[in-house]
Structure formats: C-alpha cells, structure tokens
Design a protein around this ligand. Structure first.
Ligand SMILES: NC(=O)c1ccc[n+]([C@@H]2O[C@H](COP(=O)([O-])OP(=O)(O)OC[C@H]3O[C@@H](n4cnc5c(N)ncnc54)[C@H](OP(=O)(O)O)[C@@H]3O)[C@@H](O)[C@H]2O)c1
Length: 242
C-alpha cells in the first residue's frame, strides 16, 4: 500500500466522483489535503477537516490569487474536468471552448501558477482519459482536450526533472460517476448504453472510483520515484484491445 504519510497534496475536483474518492484515500494513507473545486459545500462533505478552496481552475486571475497564498505542496492530483458530447461538425464552438477550458486550460494554469509551490521531489498526477488515447464517435472536443492533458504531463516531466519533480497522467476508462450518469441520462436507451460501456474492456465491467484513486496514490507516493512522463491507462484492459 502506497504511503502518503506527511505529504501535503492538492486535489482538484475533490467534491465528487474520482476526486472525492481520491481525497479520502489519500487522507487514509496519511496525507494532509488541500481540496479544490467550484462547490465549497461539496468539498467540505468530502473531508470536513481539510483546507477547502472554491476555485474555477480555468480562471487565470483566480488561480494566480490562490497560488499566492497556497502552502508548499508535495503533490497535486489535477483531476477536475467536464464532459460534453458531439462531433467536430456537429458541435458548436462553445463545446470546444468549454472542453479546452475545463480540461486543459485548468490543469495548465494550476501548473503554471503552482509550480513554484511544489517542493523539490514532488509528484503531480493529471487525469486524462482512455478516449484521449483512442478515438470514439461523438466525444471530439473532450477527447482532444484529454489528449492535450497527456502531453502536458510529458512536457512537465521534462521541465520539472531538474527539480526531481515527477509528472504523470492517468487515462481512466468509464467509471460510474456523475459524469457518466449525465452522459447516460441523455441516452435514448440508458440500459443498453450502460451495458455497452461495461463491455468495451476485457474485464467486462465499469471501473470503480477507488481503483483510479489507488493508481494516483501510487504515482504520488515515493514508491513510484522512477516513473515520470507516463500516460497510464486504468481501464480494465481496453487500451490493449484493437
Ligand atoms: N467517469 C469517467 O468515466 C471518467 C473516465 C475518464 C476520465 N474521467 C475524468 O476524471 C475526472 C473526474 O471526473 P468524475 O468522473 O469524477 O466526474 P465528476 O464527479 O463530474 O467530477 C468532476 C469534478 O471536477 C470539478 N470541476 C469541473 N469543472 C471545474 C472547474 N472549472 N474548476 C474546478 N473544478 C471543476 C467538479 O466540481 P465543481 O462542480 O464543484 O467545480 C467535479 O467535482 C475528470 O477529469 C474526467 O474527465 C472520468
């Protein structure tokens, strides 16, 4: 089990889903948490005793102001994101703008402004997506924004290597969170779509939030000290299959 004892770790999107499960797991493993999201009440419900910060991570001025007063960090789990469906031709440009802002501009700004707050030897994990690795229909802007997150992690692995700061991305397959529920709500046949989502990987089921959180905990811990610049699928084997 990866120990996070004595580490101060920031988690974005910590008020729900994968981020909430991760924050709770990191706390169980000894970390002190800084929780970030737009809904303060949801963050408090995740961990009442943690430092909770209401912040839109895509707002440059707001992230800069937060960074000025943020304490030194041993790690960041840059996990916040949003999903909108649509293809390149079928999506309005507002969909592209929203996906890039929520999924790529946000982690970029967090790294841009908070890089100076990372201790030497820190670790950063970004949440990408398995559909940022492989294309599927009807998710164009989301997939493109997540592919950008994967490259952001690689670029930062190079930039931060002199300070021994590591940066990796994880690429989850479908996990049953509010994001997937919202996607299913717009489906014409919810049950069929859920069954189809469960069958896209060899293990034939959706993932659990804590299964993603456990990989992030490993990458934030010292036991992954030689792992940087990677994009690691956590998807029941979907990435292995043509
Ligand atoms: N669920 C899946 O199947 C799946 C698969 C692959 C990747 N992912 C990725 O996993 C991450 C977590 O998603 P989830 O499934 O746990 O969904 P979720 O429950 O909807 O969580 C997304 C979180 O991001 C926060 N957020 C969104 N926009 C934000 C912004 N502009 N500034 C700050 N926080 C923001 C939300 O909090 P507020 O609303 O309070 O801001 C929310 O807590 C996302 O990056 C998602 O793309 C999910």
């Amino acid at each position: 089990m990866s120990s996070l004892s004595g580490k101060r770790i920031l988690v974005t999107g910590a008020g729900s889903g994968i981020g909430r499960a991760a924050a709770r797991l990191f706390a169980e493993r000894g970390a002190e948490l800084v929780l970030v999201g737009r809904r303060l009440k949801a963050l408090k419900e995740t961990l009442p005793k943690a430092l909770c910060v209401s912040l839109d991570h895509s707002n440059d001025e707001a992230v800069a102001a937060f960074a000025a007063q943020c304490p030194q960090l041993d790690g960041m789990f840059l996990n916040a994101g949003q999903f909108l469906n649509g293809g390149v031709e079928s999506s309005p440009i507002s969909t592209f703008d929203q996906m890039v802002a929520a999924n790529l501009r946000g982690p970029w700004l967090m790294c841009h402004h908070l890089g100076a707050k990372l201790k030497n030897g820190a670790s950063v994990v970004c949440t990408g997506s398995n559909i940022g690795l492989r294309a599927i229909p009807d998710s164009a802007a989301y997939s493109i924004s997540k592919a950008g997150v994967h490259m952001l992690a690689k670029v930062l692995a190079l930039e931060w290597a002199p300070r021994k700061i590591r940066c990796n991305a994880i690429a989850p397959g479908p996990i049953r969170t509010a994001m997937v529920d919202a996607r299913l709500n717009s489906s014409k046949d919810r049950r069929a779509d859920l069954a189809r989502l469960s069958k896209v990987n060899p293990l034939q089921r959706l993932g659990l939030e804590v299964e993603v959180a456990a990989l992030a905990a490993h990458l934030l811990s010292d036991e992954s000290a030689w792992t940087t610049g990677c994009v690691i699928p956590v998807d029941g084997g979907a990435d292995a299959v043509y």
